[in-house]
Ligand binder design. Sequence first.
Ligand code: NAD
Length: 339
Amino acid sequence: MVTFQKILITGGAGFIGSNFIPFFLQKNSTTQLVNLDNLTYAGDLSNLKEIENNSNYTFVKGDICDRKLIEKLFDKYQFDGVIHFAAESHVDNSISNPGAFINTNITGTFNLIDVAKSHWMSAPFQLIEGKENNRFHHISTDEVYGTLGETGLFTEQTPYAPNSPYSASKASSDFIVRSYYHTYGMNVVTTNCSNNYGPKQHDEKLIPTIIRKAISGESIPVYGDGQNIRDWLYVLDHCKGIDFVYNKGKKGFTYNIGGKNERNNLYIVNTICSILDDIIPNKSSYKNQITFVKDRPGHDFRYAIDASKIENELSWKADENFESGIRKTIDWYLDKYNN
Ligand code: NAD
């Protein structure tokens, strides 16, 4: 007899979740996914059109801060696992409206893990029979480590030093999840990933903004002098990493995920403009639209991940580098913006 695993996905209508769900359903035909998302401005169900009629997929509109609802869903579906993506995720918004980040990222994470604990455990370090393998996977960011200078990499041992309300709220949620492992013996894993890019990202983020502004003839804004460095990872590589950790990661462990693709913002914008110059040439290069704007307050200089733990222990590695992934990404956005 085939046993169906039931997994609660939170925030599955956002950028990474909506890439993860179709990928995971295709790979695991005996898994039922329930996607809980309250469809903030960042959630878009049209990103899940390809699987909306899949019988192993259910969408529930609701807030992770609504404890009664979470209880009801656990009672109804008896989840075997949770993969928790839901978050307020845009650093700029966390500067103008930090309260929403505290609610969703901290209180919401607490609600989820606490309800999971009460359904899976009878006492600290005592799992209810049949729930021994149930797992809570918390999706987090490398931004919890703060900023790097010209050299060095974030490892799983790097002390936390978050600098924005966004990264501080994610760091808090990481600590809550950690404490449920140490205090109650819950089966948790956390992944801290670098900057993602790829299809289905919200228009507000850097790469969609560059493409959209370029093809609409507007100025392309770049913060400060464009020297800030991020370690860019193609979103499907992140999804593959999550799948590895959810299925094979060690209980209580954290794993950094990154593609060894450090690029500064000026390189990103120039590369995208060059590719657009090639495929949809304009009278003059798109690079002429680049405009430097006032830097974001507290803008971290450099993030870079040492991913050797997930590579060596779980045999994950990124399939794309920035140059291959950005071509696929541009094709996807040109399709979106031209339709
Ligand atoms: P996103 O902003 O695109 O999507 C977030 C989703 O969560 C949206 O669908 C939104 O509607 C939903 N949501 C927000 N608040 C909610 C609430 N209170 N209840 C229910 N649903 C709610 O974010 P993303 O880029 O897909 O990021 C997903 C996760 O990955 C986040 O936890 C983020 O911190 C983490 N992460 C993102 C990146 C990145 O580069 N985007 C990198 C590393 C880690």
